[in-house]
Design a protein around this ligand. Structure first.
Ligand code: SF4
Length: 466
């Protein structure tokens, strides 16, 4: 409904806990913001993996009885937003297969840039695919490996693969966690009593009382079994390319990503934005919820009051019945409502984390003006989004990104705003602690660290064969 880039997926794994599937359920609950289309868990009692998957939210997919079927001390789980492969149950994860190495369940966050090419080779060689998801390619390559140990077969399977992958896999007796050598998508390691936990974000660990130990390192393969934790780094060196957009928008502000508090980084973006593009105003208003942290930083730095001038209805479902006589801007109004007592007669600085197509931002600006604001100055806490993501984030084509085809002045005019400023690239990268060259910023620059096929339609949406 909102004009945002969509989250990709969330992955979770736990080994050594008597209620592993329930911990996975709670972990996925905390990762729900990373994918709302489907959810799944696979658990093992040491002998056999059982998986359960469904369409919708974690709370809707799993009942007490369903979790009761998923017995054992290890479990892996996944929440999905489809980046490659259509949104349907067959593409939900974990994908569970049985092959020469025994059973294995796979949960993948990211996007493989050469999946189409590899899939075509495999199909030509007789492989039968069950899904249209890029992730299944990994399992086909795994099944063909001649390696003896599952982790060696996983490493062999990943050798020809390029792109973004944070993986959590389970066999009957072990959990294997892998992060691609560029470290595009996050993956954290934690401890819960004697159990080890891996999760896309640390907020999943907070909910179950686990302690974050460290991130799974780029290029690291972690094996967790009855003998404990083993780590190896079998892949060659690669340029680090952590997704900066995790800090801008995707990750929950209570998480730590690339070792840094998302809230702290996001607030620093807002402070820097105020230094770069302060404007005479009366009040700072965030677009909830994603603009709140940056708005806090902006207001602190600018010495302006922060007010919740837009109230978000958190209970809106995916669809709603619209009256026949159409209501103006109904789609936005049903989710956001302006507070006239805050906005009336005020010069407003409106803070949001990004503009994708610009359609929602335009409606919000109009809504705020209709509520009595005398001026609306839009400030965006990242640079203009000018290029699609090929590493696991759902972005429209370049032609649909308003900043790819319009100047800032043109966008300001389209929004109906009194001024529009974006955070500079330097300002954004100066706000993170890690080395600035260690971040992927491709959607802002159009320069990609890992090449991808030029046929966009083939890359983003693999053809359905089911
Ligand atoms: S292109 Fe943008 S969204 Fe995609 S990984 Fe890079 S920074 Fe993240």
């Amino acid at each position: 409904m909102f004009d945002k880039l969509h989250e990709e997926c969330g992955v979770f794994g736990i080994h050594g806990h008597p209620e592993a599937s329930k911990m996975a359920y709670l972990g996925l609950y905390a990762l729900q913001h990373r994918g709302q289309e489907s959810a799944g868990i696979a658990a093992s009692d040491g002998e056999r993996l059982i998986a359960s998957r469904g369409m919708g939210y974690v709370a809707d997919v799993f009942t007490e009885a369903e979790l009761g079927r998923l017995q054992g001390s290890l479990a892996v789980g996944h929440v999905r937003y489809s980046t490659a492969g259509a949104s349907k149950l067959v593409n939900a994860q974990p994908i569970l297969i049985d092959c020469v190495h025994g059973q294995i369940a796979l949960c993948h966050n990211g996007n493989l840039v050469n999946a189409t090419e590899l899939r075509e080779e495999l199909v030509a060689d007789g492989a039968i695919f069950q899904t249209s998801s890029d992730s299944e390619v990994i399992l086909h390559l795994y099944a063909r490996s001649k390696a003896v140990r599952p982790e060696q077969a996983v490493i062999e399977a990943l050798a020809p693969i390029r792109g973004a992958f944070s993986l959590v896999l389970a066999t009957a007796d072990r959990v294997i966690a892998v992060r691609d050598p560029h470290g595009f998508r996050p993956l954290a390691l934690g401890r819960l009593g004697d159990a080890y936990v891996v999760a896309s974000e640390t907020c999943a660990m907070d909910l179950i009382g686990a302690t974050w130990i460290r991130d799974v390192e780029p290029g690291e393969v972690l094996v967790i079994d009855a003998a404990g934790l083993r780590s190896e780094k079998p892949f060659g060196p690669a340029t680090l390319s952590h997704c900066i957009f995790e800090h801008v928008y995707f990750a929950r502000p209570d998480s730590y990503v690339v070792g840094e508090s998302v809230n702290t980084v996001r607030t620093a973006f807002g402070r820097q934005l105020a230094r770069e593009s302060g404007v005479p105003a009366d009040v700072v208003v965030p677009v909830p919820d994603s603009g709140v942290c940056a708005a806090t930083g902006f207001a602190e730095e600018a010495g302006l009051p922060l007010r919740m001038g837009l109230i978000r209805n958190h209970y809106v479902g995916r669809t709603f019945i619209e009256p026949q006589q159409s209501i103006r801007h109904f789609g936005v109004k049903v989710k956001l409502n302006p507070v006239r007592s805050i906005l009336g007669g005020q010069r407003v600085v409106l803070i949001d984390d990004s503009i994708v197509r610009g359609t929602t931002s335009r409606k919000i600006v109009r809504m705020i003006k209709a509520a009595g604001a005398t001026e609306v100055h839009v400030r965006i806490s990242c640079p203009p989004t000018i290029s699609p993501c090929y590493y696991g984030v759902d972005t429209p084509r370049r032609s649909e990104l308003i900043a790819a085809t319009h100047t800032i002045e043109e966008i300001q005019k389209y929004l109906g705003a009194d001024s529009l400023q974006y955070l500079s690239m330097d300002g954004m990268l100066n706000a993170v602690n890690a080395h600035r060259a260690h971040y992927c910023t491709s959607c802002y620059t159009g320069h990609y660290p890992v090449p991808f096929p030029t046929d966009h339609s083939r890359q983003v949406q693999l053809r359905l064969i089911t």
